[in-house]
Design a protein around this ligand. Structure first.
Ligand SMILES: NC(=O)c1ccc[n+]([C@@H]2O[C@H](COP(=O)([O-])OP(=O)(O)OC[C@H]3O[C@@H](n4cnc5c(N)ncnc54)[C@H](O)[C@@H]3O)[C@@H](O)[C@H]2O)c1
Length: 273
């Protein structure tokens, strides 16, 4: 499929080594954008039940974006590193001359009841999922305003940022926080022509979405299963990252020009069940 609606644009994607972040890089590149991609490519918290991304994963993202005929600038940077994010954004402006699209996607998910998780587990999740997003905002917004081209910032939240889910209250707290940050930022950035929206996937086919440690939590607390119902559409399969990218590319482009401060579901109707 060829698509050139984003030709001449530059997109910054966090958590780009694999999963949804990689998919967003490839699809934004296919739509014509050059890409700036960061990922920690390392263990980021000891509490995850799934493996960390690697340098090889990020190299594969580079290969795929270049395969779409677009340029890509990458950095092995943790979203908790504000100076690191500011540095690569400055490099991107120098190299590409502009920044139009931001996909704040990096996050972690792990399990435990709120009063049983450790202070470290709580803090790691807040630092990565929420402060990491604020760091991204702090790094990208000043050069986007200075460029005067408007733009689109897309924050990846979760269905768990709209509906309370037991067994991951610390994750929910951050993903609800993403909504508050998104909507306040949208109001603040409206005068600069920069739109800000959040996307809310349900179970998606990535290392995070295939984390089997959820089953230990459901074994210990079987009643929680009711909070993990199927969606309304007749499929019980995990969502393909490419399907979330359909929404991200739409939010990045001119077809969504009226949409800001919005929460876009990517969950097959799960939130209404
Ligand atoms: N997979 C799901 O079922 C699901 C459901 C709802 C929402 N989400 C959200 O979608 C987004 C993408 O998740 P995914 O499913 O692709 O997971 P994933 O674990 O496959 O990918 C996440 C990427 O983010 C990177 N990352 C994590 N912490 C980082 C940090 N501190 N600094 C830099 N990079 C970091 C990881 O290295 C990894 O490459 C996340 O915001 C997640 O919360 C996922």
């Amino acid at each position: 499929m060829t698509d050139s609606s984003l030709t001449g644009k530059v997109a910054y994607v966090t958590g780009a080594a694999r999963g949804q972040g990689r998919s967003h890089c490839v699809r934004l590149a296919r739509a014509g954008a050059d890409i700036v991609a960061i990922d920690a490519c390392a263990p980021v918290t000891e509490h995850n039940g799934y493996p960390p991304a690697t340098s090889e994963d990020l190299a594969e993202t580079v290969r795929l974006v270049e395969g779409e005929g677009r340029k890509i600038l990458v950095g092995e940077i943790d979203v908790r590193d504000l100076a690191g994010q500011q540095r690569i954004v400055a490099d991107a402006i120098e190299q590409f001359g502009r920044l139009d699209i931001v996909v704040a996607n990096a996050a972690v998910l792990n399990w435990g009841r709120l009063w049983e998780i450790s202070a470290q587990q709580w803090q790691d999740t807040l630092d990565i999922n929420l402060t990491g997003l604020w760091n991204t905002v702090k790094a990208v917004v000043p050069p986007m305003i200075a460029a005067g081209n408007g733009g689109s910032i897309i924050a990846v939240s979760s269905a768990a940022g709209i509906k309370a889910v037991p067994g991951c209250g610390h994750y929910c707290a951050t993903k609800f926080g993403v909504v508050g940050l998104t909507n306040s930022l949208a109001v603040e950035l409206g005068e600069f022509g920069i739109r800000v929206n959040s996307v809310h996937p349900y179970g998606t086919d990535t290392p995070m979405g295939n984390d089997t440690s959820i089953y230990e939590m459901l074994r210990d607390h079987p009643g929680y299963i009711h909070s993990f119902s199927p969606g309304a559409l007749p499929t019980d399969s995990l969502i393909a990252p490419d399907q979330v990218s359909d929404i991200v590319v739409w939010l990045a482009g001119p077809e969504s020009s009226l949409i800001t401060a919005a929460q876009i579901p990517a969950e097959k109707g799960y939130l209404k069940i």
